[in-house]
Write a protein that binds this ligand. Structure first.
Ligand code: NAD
Ligand code: 6OD
Length: 496
């Protein structure tokens, strides 16, 4: 195991330790934390080795039967509220950590990412405290009676593996229900965005979450902390958000010991604009779904289908919005969007920008790297981009890019567009823009996605099921659906 340190001793060195069994643990192996707006190193992260991963999992195992396991449900609810309140009290710290690691716009961190960090604890604490289980009185074959009732028990040690695009929102979306159900957790945040996980550990310690209930191990995925965590035999369930190909690797690891998984993965989401839509609202919605957070939202739109009568208008108006968006550092005057998260990701997105041109796309706007002032030239900037003119078999119309870009194609009938939207291996989200109620309901029923928004996008009610169809996910989280993964439902049959 690495060295146990005091947080104040490493904070000045911008060093992020692991958090294991309530203690801060440094390791000799380090990796850089990089500011995506400048490309500069802003800190160093202690990479967990097998020993730290093992210690974290075993601490989580031990904590299951300690004070956490014996805690009254009402006290656990109060503790989750205290976590949420503490996140709110340290709102500025969380915002600073998130914008530093991701470069996301300040208003996005302020209004979406960090508030959800608190809400994800509160909502699940309250929800699960009030969920009934099933009861079945029965007649027995010998003329007697019996009573069956369901008991929800924690699943055990949960491995949480999260991505870099909305670190706090996506991590707490799993931590909230996991802890509300009485599990213990080992979190491996993305190596690209490690900071808010350590702030969460601080918050847990501040509100008195027992040692070992929440652990953070830092590191990479394959052949590193992520893989060792998912392979660990003492992990009882794995909840993961990230790329579909990573999900395949984690599923292989989970097969050993037949551990359950809950996966939220990639997408190639469509928006459909009917000619009867409120075009102002549709263009504003498309601008958000295509470009918000520099296109790094799993629910974002990369395929747009527009009914032919309004095709030219929508293309021109969306391109005008894209052209007017101003890149800049979070909080910088007038900055609408930040950089991509890493050099690797910028190379990937620019690669797709080249592929689009090679495939014969018309580049209506964007397609490259914006001119940036000298102090930001080293960052991973990218232009919001709109293409037209490609067939549905083009690579940029089929493969997830995860950047601020979309291809817009015309369509002529509802049946045609349903077929085209569904012709993908993904099935995460869709948005439909129409003023016709029948069209709205027909699309909602026909599109093969986990969530279909009508005249909206990324409008979230945490009581609803969330997840992906096809290769975009396994299982549903959100509301009472989270109970399916985070608890075991035990039936107790009492002969009376
Ligand atoms: P990623 O799959 O590369 O990484 C996600 C996490 O998995 C990271 O913590 C990484 O270290 C870890 N990991 C990688 N290989 C691993 C392995 N072999 N074993 C265990 N852990 C491993 O994803 P990313 O690049 O961080 O995020 C972008 C992707 O996430 C996109 O595909 C996006 O669509 C998807 N995403 C989906 C949702 C959703 O709700 N469906 C939400 C956000 C992001
Ligand atoms: O809103 C949520 O609960 C959620 N999981 C959003 C995912 C966004 C992806 O980037």
């Amino acid at each position: 195991m690495g060295q146990i340190v005091k947080l104040d001793d490493v904070r000045t060195a911008s060093l992020l330790p692991n958090y294991v069994a309530g203690q801060w643990v440094t390791t000799a192996q380090r990796f850089d934390n990089i500011d995506p707006t400048t490309g500069e190193v802003i800190g160093s992260v202690c990479e967990a080795g097998r020993a730290e991963v093992d210690a974290a999992v075993m601490a989580a195992r031990k904590a299951l039967s300690g004070p956490w396991g014996q805690m009254k449900a009402a006290d656990r609810v109060a503790m989750l509220h205290a976590i949420a309140d503490r996140i709110t009290a340290r709102f500025a710290d969380f915002v600073a950590a998130e914008v530093r690691d991701t470069g996301m716009p300040l208003h996005f961190a302020d209004h979406v990412n960090v508030p959800r960090g608190a809400a994800n604890f509160k909502v699940f604490a309250d929800l699960f405290a009030n969920v009934p289980t099933e009861t079945f009185p029965m007649d027995t074959p010998d003329g007697g009676t019996a009573l069956n009732y369901g008991l929800r028990v924690p699943r055990g040690v949960i491995a949480v593996i999260s991505p870099w695009n909305l670190p706090l929102l996506l991590t707490t979306w799993k931590l909230g229900p996991a802890l509300a159900c009485g599990n213990t957790v080992v979190l491996k945040p993305s190596e690209e965005t490690p900071s808010s996980a350590n702030l969460l550990a601080e918050v847990m310690a501040e509100v008195g979450v027992p040692d070992g209930v929440f652990n953070v191990i830092h590191g990479h995925g394959a052949d590193a902390a992520g893989q060792w965590l998912t392979e660990h035999p003492e992990v009882d369930g794995i909840t993961f958000t990230g790329e579909t190909s990573t999900g395949e690797a984690i599923m292989r690891a989970a097969a050993k010991g037949v551990r359950p998984v809950s996966f939220e993965m990639g997408g190639k989401n469509s928006a459909v604009v009917f000619a009867d839509a409120d075009i102002d609202a549709a263009v504003a919605g498309l601008a958000r779904s295509c470009f918000q957070n520099t296109g790094q939202v799993c629910l974002g739109t990369e395929r747009v289908y527009v009914e032919r009568a309004v095709f030219g208008e929508v293309v021109a108006r969306l391109a005008a919005v894209a052209r007017a968006l101003k890149p800049g550092r979070p909080g910088e005057d007038g900055a609408d969007f930040g950089p991509l998260n890493s050099r690797t990701h910028q190379e990937k997105v620019l690669g797709y920008y080249r592929i689009a041109r090679d495939e014969g796309a018309t580049v209506v706007t964007g397609g490259g790297v914006p001119a940036m002032p000298d102090h930001l030239k080293g960052g991973w900037w990218i232009e919001p981009t709109v293409w037209t003119g490609l067939g549905d078999d083009a690579r940029v119309v089929n493969e997830e890019i995860f950047g601020p870009c979309c291809h817009i194609a015309p369509f002529d009938s509802i049946d045609e567009v349903i077929g085209r939207v569904n012709a993908t291996r993904y099935g995460l989200a869709a948005s439909v823009w129409t003023s016709n109620l029948s069209t709205a309901h027909r699309m909602g029923a026909a599109l093969e996605v986990g969530i279909c928004w009508v005249n909206s996008w990324f409008l979230r009610d945490l009581r609803t099921a969330f997840g992906g169809a096809k290769q975009s996910g396994i299982g549903r989280e959100g509301g009472v659906h989270s109970l399916e993964f985070y608890t075991e439902l035990r039936n107790v049959c009492v002969r009376l």
